[in-house]
Design a protein around this ligand. Structure first.
Ligand code: SF4
Length: 965
């Protein structure tokens, strides 16, 4: 019996064995004829053919140049830099020259992105020249080219003229022949299809990396004098923001010198129509491209020509695409001949020679994604734009949540796969088949051993979770009672992991036999494209199981470090099933935005789970299927019947993952329109930021109105505390409703109103319907509410835009829209409300994180305990800075460019107290500097009204005049 026959027989048996459903949804793998061209998704074809989207053009043949700190800094012709930009450029250059870090706050519209790009590109351009010279002089490498033909790569940096392309292609063909023999790229691609989570786990990966580094150090000649390669990583939050940054880059005279690429997920870039129909594009792609897979024609079409960056860049240039954002490169590669995969092009090939790499934050901060991507931050310059939430992102990156169901599903998966191997090896005819399959029985035995080891580990973790959950708390008595949580110290966490009384011994710090054993088994079951083991692919456990072990390894890597251990807290959460739909969180607040300071769900997941769910949507759905958890498929009895139990291992210090990610960079630049208050960043991230910039607003003070309203139109003081907001009859609501009505009926165009939580928003809504103010507003504005679901946001925003730019569609008297939203919500960040989209932003209260949230309280206590010793802010200071950052972020929605104008009204008398010391004291550093400069507190509504009315009338008359002209 041949190997093929044997495994086809095995597959038949496997189907019989797997009677119990796996939590992994099977893919619909459709047989494709690799020679038959596939249609790319029709929406993509339509979009590209209509060419509604203009190509990014490089407009940099002429430029201005300034010498700054002996670096020639170029910027677009006709552009004069604002003083704020110059200051930022100088600080960044100073930092890059001496490998320092930068904190830079600069208001939206002040040219922050241009300053970041022009300074770093100018420095890199000069550095590349120095590097070249250092190589020429190097006694080891002076007369050699590097492996990829650095000279050719350097040549491509020049402005490539059409006649040059031909020459270049000839040269590349030569390189191709040279590298083909070595099969270098084959090796690079070997790890591309590691199941979710990408690799042999953090510690394994870390250990492998460190071994490699050591090897490299040993192998490197001691007298090499070459300067190291430096790349720029430009990280920002969303792909929409990346597109805006790339647009700025295309204006710079560096766009044809410095090569770039973009890192994105398959969801963003896959063009395989069958894959795009799958619920999990990433999983499907890995499956079809694995050893047993049918392959993807778009990836296959890359071989061998487009496996080299210079050839691919030349191909893009042929299509007229030199500077590209994700949308553009997807369109280009989907419509060109041959059609090739944009995901592998941008993430694997163009990264070879790119000096500037744009990517979402997660590729840099999250160890899981970083380690499975082509990201090498050592010696690099890392820019994190829109970095105001970096603390939360980093804390989340080192925190891990395990749910009871997730563990049980993993257990089931390990068990099923082990049984599948047992069934094969106990089958006589299968035994005979081993004779024809070299080493198959050995591989199966080995693989089964690893599965058994990890099954046992998962069982141990589940046992530990059960014990900890039962010891820690009593369950909710009824579904109405809602979620219950309990947070325990780092010492308790440690002792629970090493509890001899109940036989738990789960502490496995790195470099111990136990940790190495887990890492080895994990590495073995996730190994990809190993020809000797390819048949074992069939016994691989589900993505859930892999992620559970991966999270465990990451946790052990951090918690196993004695220095990091005290930063961990153990949280147990018990939530009645469907509680989120019928109960309130502690404090009676259902606002996701206000319950967690990080904005992530406290009941569901840490970042590992978030990432995992994003990549595995079907699992996210499964997570809610824990309908009858009393007895699971593994025979496991639910810890608390009718409840979801989870254990979170919260890291209190963002410095851990920040250091892990960026300690080897040359410089890290944190930039945002709202980094203020900066104290917390300087202390919490555990790195020194020697250069600091707080930019001025470039908008004329005449265009800005900033007011604190401590007193309402009815003469009541307005304090947005829980006491006042929990009473629907409180004058607080009447006063806020009157101010909102006043603004909406007197100012045309867009008005934004931010509230501290959905609970307060609901109460205000009720009050406004009751006192008819909602009706009065409706005669002037379309009223919209921030949706709870992200998927509904774009429809709401479309309607908002319609009401602003085509108001008569909604009625003859309509002149704009009012949007109610919450701080830290979907509207408060990342959406640009320029010009008429927001003429007034009303902020109600100070958005302190929810004082009833366990994670917030644990963090406050941690800071109190460690503020003196570690030089971090104390709990209250930290708590306050979180509130002001969210406030600044919401206020920054309007006033988006130099000629914009608008008003910011802050309703809460506590802000009056804060702003009464504008010139001195810590409070002066809380509201962004550019707002502070204009901020005025009004002792009566009458006084406010006079100034506000004057401001609006003046601005409207200017607008009218401009329109008449
Ligand atoms: S190889 Fe590229 S085009 Fe093909 S399925 Fe994967 S991501 Fe999609």
């Amino acid at each position: 019996m041949s190997a093929e026959q044997f495994f086809s027989m095995f597959n038949k048996q496997k189907k019989r064995v797997e009677v119990m459903p796996s939590n992994r949804q099977p893919f619909r793998v459709v047989k494709e004829d690799p020679d038959k061209p596939q249609d790319i998704p029709s929406e993509l074809q339509k979009r590209a053919r209509n060419k509604k989207r203009k190509r990014l053009e490089i407009k940099n043949d002429q430029y201005e140049q300034l010498m700054m700190l002996s670096v020639p800094v170029r910027f677009p012709k006709g552009m004069s830099l604002y003083p704020t930009q110059k200051l930022m450029i100088v600080r960044i250059l100073a930092a890059l020259k001496s490998s320092q870090n930068v904190l830079g706050e600069s208001p939206t519209g002040s040219g922050k992105t241009m300053a970041l790009l022009s300074s770093t590109c100018a420095w890199l351009n000069q550095y590349i020249e120095e590097k070249k010279k250092s190589r020429e002089k190097c006694p080891i490498h002076g007369d050699k080219r590097d492996e990829y033909g650095e000279e050719e790569a350097e040549e491509a940096k020049e402005d490539v003229k059409p006649e040059k392309i031909e020459k270049m292609e000839i040269k590349m063909e030569k390189i191709e022949v040279k590298t083909e023999k070595k099969d270098l790229f084959e090796e690079q691609w070997r790890d591309d299809f590691i199941p979710h989570g990408g690799g042999p786990g953090p510690s394994v990966k870390f250990e492998m990396d460190s071994v490699k580094k050591e090897e490299k150090v040993e192998a490197a000649p001691t007298d090499c004098t070459c300067l190291p390669r430096v790349r720029i990583y430009y990280g920002t939050r969303t792909h929409k923001q990346i597109a805006q940054v790339v647009k700025e880059f295309s204006r710079l005279p560096y766009a044809n010198i410095i090569k770039h690429t973009i890192l994105a997920s398959r969801d963003q870039s896959c063009i395989n129509p069958t894959a795009r129909k799958q619920p999990d594009i990433s999983g499907y792609c890995k499956e079809i491209n694995s050893a047993h897979g049918i392959g993807c024609q778009f990836k296959n079409a890359m071989r061998p020509r487009f496996e080299k960056a210079p050839m691919l860049r030349s191909h893009l240039m042929d299509q007229g695409t030199m500077v590209f954002d994700m949308e553009e490169i997807v369109e280009t590669l989907a419509l060109a001949y041959p059609q090739i995969c944009p995901y592998f092009s941008t993430n694997r090939i163009l990264t070879q020679d790119a000096d500037l790499i744009f990517c979402p934050f997660s590729y840099l901060v999250d160890p899981l994604i970083r380690n499975s991507s082509d990201v090498h931050v050592k010696n690099s310059v890392v820019i994190l734009d829109e970095a105001h939430n970096i603390e939360d992102t980093c804390r989340d990156a080192a925190s891990f949540t395990f749910t009871e169901k997730e563990l049980d599903d993993s257990l089931l998966s390990f068990r099923l796969k082990r049984v599948a191997i047992d069934n094969i090896t106990s089958n006589k005819s299968a035994e005979e088949a081993f004779a024809d399959v070299p080493d198959a029985s050995i591989h199966m035995k080995e693989f089964k051993g690893h599965l058994m080891y990890l099954e046992h580990l998962t069982l141990e973790i589940l046992r530990w979770v059960r014990h900890v959950a039962q010891e820690a708390r009593t369950p909710p008595k009824s579904r109405q009672e809602g979620l219950k949580t309990c947070t325990l110290s780092s010492e308790t966490l440690f002792s629970s992991l090493t509890n001899a009384e109940i036989g738990v011994d789960l502490f496995a710090p790195p470099n111990t036999p136990k940790h190495n054993a887990i890492a080895t088994s994990f590495g073995a079951i996730t190994k990809q494209n190993d020809p000797e083991m390819k048949e074992m692919d069939q016994f691989k456990p589900s993505a859930t199981a892999i992620v559970v072990i991966e999270k465990w390894l990451y946790f052990q890597s951090y918690f196993g470090n004695q220095q990091y251990r005290p930063t961990y807290r153990l949280n147990v959460t018990v939530e009645p099933i469907n509680a989120r739909f019928n109960s309130t969180f502690d404090g009676g607040d259902t606002s996701m935005a206000s319950t967690s300071f990080s904005g992530t769900s406290r009941s569901s997941a840490g970042p590992r789970n978030m990432q995992y769910k994003e990549e595995n949507p079907w699992v996210a759905e499964d997570d809610d299927d824990w309908k009858d958890p009393s007895i699971s498929q593994t025979g496991h009895k639910a810890i608390y019947e009718g409840c979801k139990t989870s254990i979170s291992l919260w890291c209190m210090s963002p410095a851990i993952s920040f250091f892990d990610a960026f300690s080897e960079t040359r410089s890290i630049i944190l930039a945002s329109g709202t980094l203020c208050p900066m104290d917390t960043l300087k202390t919490e991230l555990g790195m020194e930021f020697k250069q600091q910039v707080e930019g001025d607003q470039v908008i004329s003070p005449d265009n800005i109105f900033a007011a604190v309203l401590p007193i309402g139109p009815h003469g009541n003081r307005i304090t947005c505390t829980y006491r006042n907001t929990s009473d629907p009859e409180s004058p607080f609501y009447e006063e806020v409703a009157s101010i909102v009505k006043y603004v909406c009926t007197n100012v045309p165009a867009g008005i934004l109103c931010f509230l501290p939580s959905y609970r307060v928003l609901e109460q205000l809504k009720m009050c406004m319907y009751k006192n008819q103010s909602m009706l009065q507003i409706k005669s002037k504005k379309v009223i919209l509410f921030e949706p709870r679901r992200s998927s509904e946001l774009s429809a709401v925003m479309d309607e908002f835009d319609q009401a602003i730019f085509n108001p008569t569609r909604f009625g003859a008297t309509i002149n704009g829209a009012l949007m109610f939203a919450v701080f830290r919500g979907k509207v408060s960040e990342g959406i640009d409300f320029a010009d008429d989209r927001a003429r007034v932003v009303i902020s109600v209260g100070i958005p302190y994180p929810n004082a009833m949230d366990d994670q917030v309280n644990a963090k406050k206590m941690y800071n109190d305990q460690n503020s003196k010793e570690m030089g971090i802010l104390n709990g209250d200071e930290w708590y306050t800075t979180q509130a002001y950052r969210a406030l600044n972020q919401a206020l920054g929605r309007c006033l988006r460019h130099k000629n914009d104008w608008g008003a910011m009204l802050m309703i809460d008398d506590r802000l009056e107290r804060q702003t009464s010391h504008l010139t001195t004291g810590a409070s002066s550093a809380r509201v962004s500097k550019w707002i502070r400069a204009q901020l005025k507190s009004y002792p009566s509504f009458r006084q406010f009204n006079a100034n506000f009315r004057e401001f609006i009338e003046r601005r409207l008359s200017i607008v009218k005049k401009e329109q008449e002209e």
